[in-house]
Design a protein around this ligand. Structure first.
Ligand SMILES: Nc1ncnc2c1ncn2[C@@H]1O[C@H](COP(=O)(O)OP(=O)(O)OP(=O)(O)O)[C@@H](O)[C@H]1O
Ligand SMILES: [Mg+2]
Length: 251
């Protein structure tokens, strides 16, 4: 089982969109996938149209077994959902005296043999849950919106990954995924250029702005279900291919 965190301290950069569509894209290729929502906004369940009775909160607090908490969302794709109660778990973890940063890793251990991939949708910011996400991950996908503001936040995020990496030697920033590419806007193409100058081969083929990606959320569908011929589906399919091959391919 490989654990991949989709993480970036800045909000609204495409983390959830990436986590949901990557998870479904891998599941469509026959991989056994667990998508873990580690955000109080609970967007993953909404994106997939799933109602979960038990959430990550109960698992982290030791009130539920993870096997009872995962919900089947699609063929080959299970979801461990979250909602606003996750704040309760974050506070409890922050108060733990020992190994608080490993609570999520411990929670996921019992399902290690059941999945090929665990994809974790991280929250923005750096609370105890966000630290736990990086505490248990092998790889990090960092979505970066191609705007000056989002670009400025990337370097802080890299330092944050390095700090947590001192406690998790498996952790690697593996993919920098440019999102919201607008080929007609200079600031967007300039931002892409700067990302490539700073992160070289880690930079993946970008995800273009595509209204179908936002619309799919409203329909509780992934982009492959809602608009399989859209640019969004094309770009995420290409990212799934890169991810499955294990190497970023710039284009
Ligand atoms: N490439 C895109 N083109 C157009 N809209 C997009 C694209 N990617 C994401 N969106 C939309 O932008 C909004 C923010 O995306 P998303 O929720 O994935 O970001 P996030 O990083 O998870 O946000 P948060 O930090 O709040 O969790 C959503 O409404 C989503 O549907
Ligand atoms: Mg999100």
């Amino acid at each position: 089982m490989r654990i991949t965190a989709v993480a970036m301290t800045k909000g609204g950069v495409g983390k959830t969109t990436t986590a949901v569509n990557l998870s479904h894209g891998l599941a469509r290729r026959g991989q056994r996938v667990l998508l873990v929502d580690a955000d109080t906004q609970g967007q993953c369940a909404k994106a997939l149209g799933v109602a979960a009775e038990v959430t990550l909160t109960e698992v982290l607090l030791g009130e539920a077994n993870i096997l009872d908490a995962v919900t089947r969302a699609r063929d080959q794709l299970d979801l461990l959902a979250s909602d606003h109660h996750l704040t309760r778990a974050a506070l409890a973890i922050a108060r733990r005296e020992t190994a608080g940063h490993l609570a999520l890793a411990e929670a996921l251990a019992p399902v290690a043999d059941r999945y090929d991939h665990v994809i974790i949708d991280a929250s923005p910011g750096v609370d105890a849950i966000a630290v736990n996400v990086l505490g248990c991950a092998n790889d990090v996908i960092a979505p970066v919106a191609l705007t000056p503001a989002a670009l400025a936040g990337v370097f802080d995020f890299v330092r944050h990954v390095e700090r947590v990496g001192k406690h998790n030697c498996d952790l690697r920033l593996r993919y920098v995924l440019p999102t919201f590419l607008d080929l007609r806007a200079h600031q967007s193409t300039d931002a892409l250029q700067q990302l490539r100058e700073n992160f070289a081969e880690l930079v993946c083929r970008p995800i273009r702005i595509n209204v179908d990606l936002a619309a799919a959320f409203g329909w509780r569908q992934t982009i492959f279900e809602h608009a399989p011929s859209s640019r969004g589906a094309e770009d995420y399919e290409a990212f799934v291919t890169q991810f499955a091959a294990g190497v970023p391919v710039s284009a």
